[in-house]
Design a protein around this ligand. Sequence first.
Ligand code: PRP
Length: 182
Amino acid sequence: MHEDIAQVLFTEDEIAKRVDEIGAAITGDYAEVAGNRGLVMISVLRGAAIFMADLARAVRLPVEMDYMAISSYGDGSKSSGVVRVLKDISTDIAGRHVIIAEDILDTGLTLKYLLRYLASRNPASLEVATFLRKRTSDQAEIACKYIGFECPDEFIVGYGLDYAERYRNLPYVGVLKADVYR
Ligand code: PRP
């Protein structure tokens, strides 16, 4: 375990197993509607790229992958819900089955914005797969069809989640020691 991690919440094996389960669920849910073109998975850089890379490989249907980059005006640790698109998807999603792959649902403001933004392009369907959902009292109501794990409202890193761009490549999810960010 990394010296900056106080506690491991989800191990590499647990994550792999859960991602496989979600992939199997998606495969089953979309098998009939996917057709030759399959699904479009969209993730928001940067953290969610790791989850989407694993999830796409766990789905036994054709999956196109695309990426967005957004900047959120907040205090740096919490998003404000005011979002600017820095990089848009290049896929035409009209009439397509779309799944947004997110690494974490915290306030929910990012997903609230994204769902509205992508729905305006008339996909055939639009769902959310989030690797983690934080247990917070003030989370926006987001309908997530697929959830990896519920997690406590702590400073967590790994499997895509960073602190100051570090720890994203930890293969597990852990709680960061408080003396690292204080
Ligand atoms: C994180 C995460 C989600 C968002 C969730 O991104 O990837 O997109 O915050 O927070 P919310 O539910 O409170 O809106 P971040 O802005 O940290 O960017 P990153 O993926 O580059 O780390």
